[in-house]
Design a protein around this ligand. Structure first.
Ligand code: FPP
Length: 271
């Protein structure tokens, strides 16, 4: 942990956190780049450019507090299919230049870069730069920054089910022996814990096909703040909010009342 590298404002929020219950994995839906630009009468691409700055600053704060996993929704399958070509091309160029110009900072912050999604469908020059950044940072041991690129939660499940079906056929496994663990093993995220906290910026109350399987018990936090205005301190504030919640995983929480095991007495009490 490199708490001393936090800004004074960040350190003040960090001081309110319980170090023993920090989340292991934070996922973020980075939304609002276009609106940020629109509010300033700027072109949308300037919003994305500013959003890339937020990516770097938030990642660095995450690495300073020792967050093991940070997973950012950078480009969805739907973005790829439904946005104008010029915007998609811009995002691809931005990703390349982002990786190139921030690699040294990633190394300085001990950040490891990885990707999830159908990345093999991205332009070859983008894939080359992605592989370059992943290889260069592969031995870093701090935060793993996973960029979801050409990612969709349903297509991830399709890919997982295809791989599982092939395994079942090859090993002659009976379908009734399939477990949740078998599905988990074939997801893009098989090597990571599920997110503890999912943050969505810019106020929309949607999941947008993000990490559908993995967020079964994830705490959700939606902030009105637009992604280009989101900074490390807002990540820390989100973690403070997360720590005030009680996670129950389908069980009972504190203050749920005593469990009554005597069925007769329950009937009596109910009249
Ligand atoms: C949503 O804004 C954001 C995206 C479509 C992509 C996220 C991209 C970045 C943060 C920048 C590049 C990332 C990296 C890793 C270099 P929007 O355009 O949907 O905003 P709007 O809903 O306000 O129009």
């Amino acid at each position: 942990m490199r708490i001393h590298e936090l800004t004074a404002e960040e350190r003040a929020v960090y001081a309110t956190l319980k170090p023993e219950s920090l989340p292991q994995h934070v996922a973020i839906i980075m939304d609002g780049n276009g609106r940020w630009a629109g509010h300033r009468s700027l072109k949308r691409f300037l919003g994305h450019q500013q959003g890339a700055k937020s990516v770097q600053l938030v990642t660095e704060t995450a690495s300073r507090i020792g967050l093991p996993w940070l997973t950012l929704y950078a480009f969805s399958l739907e973005n790829n299919l439904r946005r104008p070509r010029a915007e998609v091309n811009f995002l691809m160029r931005l990703l390349r230049s982002y990786l190139e110009s921030n690699l040294q900072r990633m190394m300085d912050n001990n950040v490891r870069i990885r990707y999830i999604g159908r990345t093999h469908e991205l332009p070859p020059e983008v894939q080359d730069k992605m592989a370059w950044a992943a290889d260069a940072t592969a031995r870093n041991t701090g935060t793993t920054l996973t960029l979801a690129l050409n990612y969709g939660g349903r297509s991830e499940m399709v890919d997982a089910f295809r791989a599982l079906a092939a395994e079942i056929k090859q090993k002659h496994i009976a379908p009734e022996r399939i477990t949740e663990e078998d599905i988990h093993r074939h997801l893009y995220t098989a090597h990571m814990p599920d997110p503890d906290l999912l943050i969505r910026t810019s106020g929309e109350m949607r999941i947008s096909n993000y990490l559908l399987w993995q967020i079964a018990y994830t705490e959700l936090l939606v902030t009105e703040r637009l992604w280009p205005d989101f900074r490390g301190i807002h990540l820390l504030e989100a973690i403070a909010d997360f720590q005030r919640r009680e996670r129950r995983y389908g069980g009972l929480g504190e203050g749920s009342g005593d469990v009554e095991e005597d069925a007769d007495r329950i009937r009596l009490a109910a009249g």
